[in-house]
Design a protein around this ligand. Structure first.
Ligand code: FES
Length: 273
């Protein structure tokens, strides 16, 4: 995927599998979604893909390959077009690591993640191609753990049309003047949706609340816990399903064991109007 952040490229096979699942199971005809454009400062004018057209081209390509392979083109295409479903029966418990290899702990999180910086700490959960924000907000937040109960995690896939970092990112307190009374926000510059990481919006107590649309769903929250040594784990999700999923557990390969965080500092942030 050209221009994709590094945490997506490491699972190229799973991305292809997810594309096939989207082709046959999840993408309504004519849906246009955003993918990461090459120009980080121009997300509204680049990177739009007509899924229906793309899917037809994929199917034609598959059929053509099957024909070249020696007849039975239709049967071959259909067989290839139905990969085994991958997913999880339940949420895995996954230990979080920083990119330098050290474990994320309640003792070191404040020194690695600055609530006043827009640098993002991202890790994949519960599927290998799905980024989450790991945030230290510095003050109590719903389901927060660690210092000041301010360590929280949310899906980093926008609930509107699925934009991912750096297009959706964290804006520290004061970054955007009086917007949200000066408090930190999660903002997606693809179409302007904003979310409040300090406020839950769903009946189960999860989901960063909607501040502005066009999204109609809050962002799912990934729940965190610690072991006796203070190491931090992701272990479940609450709120709505991750964007484009019927449940957050299906549609790809599950993360297991540990998930390594990567850092990204968006250079394309624009405060909401
Ligand atoms: S994808 Fe439209 S606002 Fe995020």
């Amino acid at each position: 995927m050209n221009g994709a952040p590094s945490y997506f490229s490491e699972e190229a096979y799973d991305q292809r599998l997810a594309d096939f699942l989207a082709l046959f199971d999840r993408t309504p005809p004519g849906v246009v979604r955003h993918v990461a454009p090459a120009d980080l400062n121009n997300p509204k004018t680049q990177g739009q893909v007509d899924e229906a057209k793309r899917n037809i081209l994929k199917l034609m390509a598959i059929g053509g390959l099957a024909a070249v392979a020696g007849g039975g083109a239709v049967a071959g295409a259909l067989q290839y077009a139905q990969p085994p479903l991958k997913g999880l029966a339940s949420y895995p418990t996954v230990q979080l690591f920083y990119s330098d290899g050290s474990a994320v702990t309640v003792d070191n999180v404040a020194s690695h993640i600055n609530p006043d910086s827009n640098e993002l700490t991202l890790y994949n959960y519960p599927l290998t191609n799905e980024p989450n924000f790991l945030l230290y907000l510095g003050s109590p937040a719903p389901n927060g753990i660690g210092p000041n109960n301010g360590v929280v995690s949310y899906s980093a896939i926008c609930q509107h049309l699925g934009c991912v970092p750096p297009f959706i990112s964290y804006y520290p307190a004061g970054k955007c003047g009086n917007f949200n009374n000066g408090r930190a926000i999660i903002h997606c510059i693809c179409h302007g949706s904003t979310y409040d990481p300090f406020v839950s919006q769903t009946s189960d107590g999860g989901g960063a609340a909607i501040l502005t649309g066009p999204t109609v769903l809050p962002i799912p929250q990934t729940l965190l816990k610690t072991d006796a040594q203070g190491n931090i784990y992701a272990y479940s999700m609450i709120g709505p399903p991750v964007k484009d999923h019927f449940t957050s557990l299906t549609g790809g390969t599950g993360v297991s064991g540990r998930s390594q965080a990567s850092n990204l500092t968006p250079s394309n942030q624009q405060c909401p109007a």
